[in-house]
Ligand binder design. Structure first.
Ligand SMILES: Nc1nc2c(ncn2[C@@H]2O[C@H](COP(=O)(O)OP(=O)(O)OP(=O)(O)O)[C@@H](O)[C@H]2O)c(=O)[nH]1
Ligand SMILES: [Mg+2]
Length: 303
């Protein structure tokens, strides 16, 4: 299955809801007037694009209609697409991993899909011939490292883990030493995502980051925030908190196959101003797609 077909399939629920509503808004409009704008606005909000992002988008669209003399529905539709694309274009969508080793620190609240996403990314990197090491920085439960180990097996990555309850920063330290000895290309660090105590989480992530920066000062580092696409506006609030405490450089939005509210991807990119680098569209190893703005918009709202 090609990239576009796969993302279309992954976004099927969103397409069925949002895409068809958008079709209706355009086909029912007699003119590009206030009624049209109101209905469009409502549709975007229902797709979970978030108030702030929708307001910004509507303002820009109205401006263009007024000042660029957009008179046909096709022109307006085309400009809507361009504005959405602009909103997603907030940085490079590819991971920057040019140093040996380079590091991906993966963060996010419980159950969003961190470990699964790590496994899928590891597979993509090993398929490119890279030597990948997974580090079990989620020491909260033994099962977390076991789950990571299964993904290491599936992807051909190595793994560094310690006992349950170990200090995550010490596991990361071990991982880095081992990675240096083994000529690893990419180190991917799993973390626990208990957000109910922000201070704890902040301390833990700070400690991990300090170790990474001290041991690998010149390495390329990505801080990948994983968000569950089905949690809607709640996910957006989590995203803002993590951005504040951890200097997020990349976002993966998972479980888009399970939601009709895929518009959240646009809200996240726009309000965080951090590029979406992956979208998850299923539980299998190849169900994580490197993000492509144009294909995403095409899958979301059609030609
Ligand atoms: N449908 C679907 N399920 C997904 C996707 N990504 C992850 N999942 C599922 O979400 C569940 C949680 O995934 P994990 O990877 O364990 O999440 P986590 O963030 O590591 O969770 P904790 O370690 O408990 O914090 C699993 O059942 C995954 O199979 C996706 O893109 N689509
Ligand atoms: Mg996990």
């Amino acid at each position: 299955m090609g990239f576009l077909d796969k993302i279309k399939k992954g976004l099927a629920k969103t397409r069925a809801a949002f895409g068809s509503m958008l079709e209706d808004v355009f086909s029912n409009a007699d003119a590009i007037d206030d009624d049209f704008f109101d209905e469009l606005e409502e549709t975007l909000i229902l797709a979970d694009m978030g108030m702030d992002t929708v307001n910004k988008l509507m303002e820009e669209l109205r401006y263009r209609v007024r000042n660029r003399g957009l008179t046909t529905k096709d022109h307006v539709r085309f400009n809507l697409k361009l504005i959405l694309q602009d909103m997603l274009n907030v940085g490079d969508t590819a991971l920057k991993l040019n140093t040996h080793p380079s590091v991906i620190l993966v963060i996010g609240v419980n159950g969003v899909g961190k470990t699964t996403t790590i496994g899928k990314i590891a597979k993509q990197l090993t398929d490119q011939g890279k030597n990948v090491m997974l580090v079990a920085g989620d020491t909260f439960r033994a099962a977390a490292a076991d789950q990571l180990e299964i993904w290491a097996g599936r992807s051909g990555a190595s793994i560094v883990r310690q006992h349950e309850g170990a200090d995550p920063a010490s596991v990361v330290y071990d991982g880095i030493q081992s990675a240096k000895a083994k000529d690893v290309d990419v180190i991917i660090i799993d973390t626990a995502g208990r957000l109910h105590n922000k201070q704890n989480l902040m301390n833990e992530l700070n400690k991990i980051t300090r170790i990474v920066n001290r041991e690998l000062p010149d390495a390329d580092k990505e801080v990948l925030l994983v968000l569950d696409g089905t949690t809607g506006q709640n996910g957006l609030i989590q995203a803002k908190t993590f951005k504040e405490i951890a200097g997020v450089t990349a976002v993966a939005v998972t479980k888009l196959d399970g939601t009709a509210k895929g518009g959240i991807v646009i809200a996240v990119a726009d309000s965080l101003q951090v590029p979406i680098k992956f979208v998850g569209v299923g539980e299998q190893v190849d169900d994580l797609m490197p993000f492509e703005t144009d294909s995403f918009i095409q899958a979301l709202i059609g030609e």
